[in-house]
Design a protein around this ligand. Structure first.
Ligand code: UD1
Length: 371
């Protein structure tokens, strides 16, 4: 008699979770002995659907919770309630969550309430400032306390978990984003933006979405961009806008009329990787881009006061610049006018992973059930 498969339920809600879990889902699907169940909360819609298509992954269930201007409580309540019903129906042996979104927190809690073990992908990131990033620092700490299998990407995240006094097993895996990046970057995907000539411009690629940057910081960031564009006539700004109206409307109002700004809809992951490969430098508040750009040898100026990814700042390929327009302009000016400063930051390093994180995660889950 063949033993019954281990049911692994992989839950995700936002684009970064989809990118970082896609290689994990694929690895489980091709490993005998597992039944893989993919569950979307629907915290994000279009931005997740793009990633699912790119990696050719189908969801088994979709709670479809997204609403315009949803609050954190909306996302938490709707996910928690919906996942309770789904976990009763699907009876997973283990639930995997990723990172620090509200989906990850709600899914871990829903599993914990049913005494289903939780596996946490990208565990142990910390800024030690509970309000920054908000609410992600709290989400990831809360998930850590109810997780059975922790999959931290780096030595620092392993140490952070020890400092948090977590229960369960801790296994350093590397970050699955590098698995996803390597697969997509090897195909050197195109990034065609109408009107943007990559060969005649040095392109700054930027993304901004974090809650801490809503309001005045966002205005300041836009002012910084305009100052840089005024100083350097060969520079263009490519800014894929987040779908969130709270972020996109003020950025559009401040930047849209400049002839060298290219404000576009969210790029799919392939196009985004293509843009990273071709751009001159990145200005971003995204966590994923801080992990990916160093691997592609592109300097990153981080539009935040803190980072939970010090590996790149310590290696000198990323730098925290915050949201002061004068500082953003000064740091970008250095990189745009001083080749030595640019070369010092543009070294290709991969402190976050080696592309094998998903295989380690699958092996760890196998070992957990076969001990
Ligand atoms: C969420 C995560 C953040 C992650 C980010 C990636 C939390 C608390 N935050 O923040 O950690 O870095 O996703 O993007 O979980 N929207 C759409 N279509 C989409 C996606 C979003 O219309 O495909 C709009 C909706 O109006 C939604 C709003 O964007 O209300 C905000 O989305 P939400 O998930 O609440 O927060 P994010 O800022 O995206």
């Amino acid at each position: 008699m063949t033993p019954s498969p281990i049911r692994v339920c992989i839950t995700l809600g936002t684009r970064p979770e989809a990118i970082k879990l896609a290689p994990v889902i694929q690895q489980f699907q091709k490993t005998p002995g597992f039944q893989t169940q993919v569950v979307l909360t629907g915290q994000h819609r279009e931005m997740v659907d793009q990633v699912m298509q790119l990696f050719d992954i189908k969801a088994d269930r979709d709670l479809n919770i997204m609403q315009p201007k949803q609050t954190l409580s909306d996302i938490t309540c709707r996910s928690l309630q919906g996942l309770q019903t789904l976990f009763i129906e699907l009876q997973p042996h283990i639930v995997l969550v990723q990172g620090d979104t509200t989906t990850a927190f709600a899914a871990a809690l829903a599993a914990f309430y049913q005494k289903i073990p939780v596996g946490h992908v990208e565990a142990g990131l910390r800024t030690d400032n509970i309000l920054n990033p908000f609410p992600e620092e709290a989400n990831r700490r809360l998930v850590s306390q109810i997780t059975t299998l922790h999959f931290p990407p780096t030595d620092k995240s392993v140490a952070n978990l020890a400092a948090s006094g977590v229960c369960g097993t801790v296994l350093k895996t590397g970050n699955t984003v590098i698995d996803a990046l390597q697969t997509v970057a090897s195909k050197t995907p195109a990034c065609n933006v109408p009107g943007l000539d990559w060969s005649s411009h040095r392109v700054i690629l930027s993304t901004v979405h974090r809650r801490e940057n809503w309001g005045e910081p966002l205005q300041n960031i836009a002012q910084g961009f305009l100052q840089i564009l005024d100083k350097f006539e060969d520079v263009a700004l490519l800014l894929p806008l987040h779908r969130n109206p709270t972020v996109r409307e003020p950025l559009k109002a401040a930047l849209e009329s400049h002839p060298r700004t290219f404000l576009v809809e969210p790029l799919n992951y392939g196009q985004l990787v293509g843009a990273m490969q071709r751009c001159y430098l990145l200005l971003t508040d995204s966590g994923g881009l801080q992990e990916e750009a160093p691997g592609l040898g592109k300097p990153v100026l981080v539009l935040r006061e803190t980072t939970e990814r010090p590996e790149a700042t310590e290696a000198g390929t990323a730098k925290l610049v915050g949201t002061d327009p004068a500082l953003i302009t000064a740091e970008a000016t250095k990189l745009l006018s001083d080749p030595v400063a640019y070369e010092a930051m543009a070294r290709a390093i991969n402190p976050f992973g080696d592309g094998q994180a998903s295989a380690r995660i699958v092996k760890a889950v196998q070992d957990y059930f076969c001990q």
